[in-house]
Design a protein around this ligand. Structure first.
Ligand SMILES: *Cc1c(COP(=O)(O)O)cnc(C)c1O
Length: 368
């Protein structure tokens, strides 16, 4: 299969076969493939200006700062732009180290924060770490979801705590409201930064613009990337004033490149104007209950469905890879794995209930 085109929630291969895309390339396509506003913004920008150094202001970069600042949780309106998720995490790590003057960092078991050396030091899975010793030291891993263990680990030596509000790569594990609130309290008390990695959970996917909002907390920094520019290379670190003071001489040649910024402005406008967070909440809860109902009716080998909004993990009683292959080959439906036995659903936020029905029918076909 070789892909040739995308339109909304569908992808088309070179043989003209159409797929329903419930993976959206790891949440990189929140407003759907080739959204007309995004495509025309990119075309127009490409004709005007492809690149200019980051120290010169441009209309699209300024607009990206403003739009991200406007939707940022609390007053996290200091926006640092980069080119990927891992760089957004690196920036948060450097800002926290520099602003606190401390070196110790805490992350969670099963966490995924990226693959460059700093972000890799916060990524738990041995598969990603193997072969790269010595990995930067100073990171302590605590069990995800255990508030007591976290509160105990955070001390006056802690520069930052990094958490995904719902662990994505680790298997779609949502944090409880209590856990996130404990993380907020413990870090505030110790003068450490709480960084929520919302690269997968952000931009409306879980039913709110940011998943940390579900717990009513405002972290000191939020990272975003993946879908922020509809899959064009853009990442951002949104941070509080005191953390931004640690930005010092951090920089990047491509920071705020006009093309990804043009795509980001159109993407963010669409998410806000079309109320996609509310839509994701509604269709997500429909999808979840339909999968649960089908599991009962057809006695499917499904242990549970986890997550929020349109970030769902279907815990199977069998390996996910074969199920995914069959979904693609015989049902023309694309989804993702998250570990060995979890099927991960991260569709465009524009999917409808009838798309959800088609996914459930396909699951029933493949699993029963
Ligand atoms: C994908 C992801 C990253 C890394 O982003 P890249 O753009 O691949 O570097 C970091 N954190 C989370 C939670 C992610 O899902």
């Amino acid at each position: 299969m070789e892909l040739a085109g995308g339109d909304g929630v569908h992808l088309v291969d070179t043989d003209g076969r159409e797929y329903l895309d419930f993976g959206a390339s790891y949440a990189c396509v929140p407003v759907g493939h080739c959204h007309p506003d995004v495509v025309s913004a990119v075309r127009e920008q490409a004709g005007d200006l492809l690149y200019v150094q980051a120290s010169y202001p441009t209309a699209t970069r300024t607009a990206t700062y403003e739009k991200l600042g406007a939707i940022a949780p609390g007053s996290l309106d200091n926006v640092w732009l980069c080119n990927s998720g891992t760089e957004a995490v690196e920036a948060a790590l450097k800002f926290a180290r520099s602003a606190t003057g401390r070196t110790e960092v805490i992350a969670a078991k099963r966490a995924f924060h990226g693959r460059t050396m700093g972000a890799l030091s916060l990524t738990w899975k041995p598969k990603y770490r193997a072969g790269f010793d010595p990995i930067p030291r100073g990171v302590r891993f605590v069990p995800y979801g255990d508030g007591e263990a976290l509160a105990e680990a955070v001390t006056e030596d802690t520069a930052a705590v990094f958490l995904e509000p719902i662990q994505g790569e680790g298997g779609i594990h949502p944090a409880s409201v209590d856990y996130l609130q404990t993380a907020r309290e413990a870090t505030a008390e110790a003068g450490a930064a709480l960084v929520c990695d919302e690269i997968q959970t952000g931009l409306g996917r879980t039913g709110q613009l940011w998943a940390c909002e579900r717990a009513g907390i405002v972290p000191d920094a939020v990272t975003t990337a993946k879908g922020v520019a509809s899959g064009l290379p853009l990442g951002a670190t949104l941070c509080a004033d005191w953390l931004a003071d640690g930005a010092g001489n951090h920089g990047s040649t491509f920071s705020g490149n006009p093309i990804p910024c043009a795509a980001a402005v159109a993407t963010l406008d669409t998410i806000v104007d079309e109320r996609l967070p509310e839509h994701a909440a509604a269709v997500g809860s429909y999808l979840r209950s339909e999968i649960e109902a089908a599991t009962e009716t057809h006695d499917l080998p499904i242990r549970e469905v986890r997550g929020a909004g349109l970030m769902l993990g279907v815990q199977l009683r069998r390996g996910a890879n074969r199920v995914l292959r069959e979904l693609a080959l015989s049902e023309n439906v694309l989804a993702l794995p998250a570990g060995r036995t979890v099927l991960r659903l991260l569709p465009p936020l524009t999917v409808t209930e009838s798309d959800a029905d088609r996914l459930v029918d396909a699951l029933v076909e493949v699993l029963s």
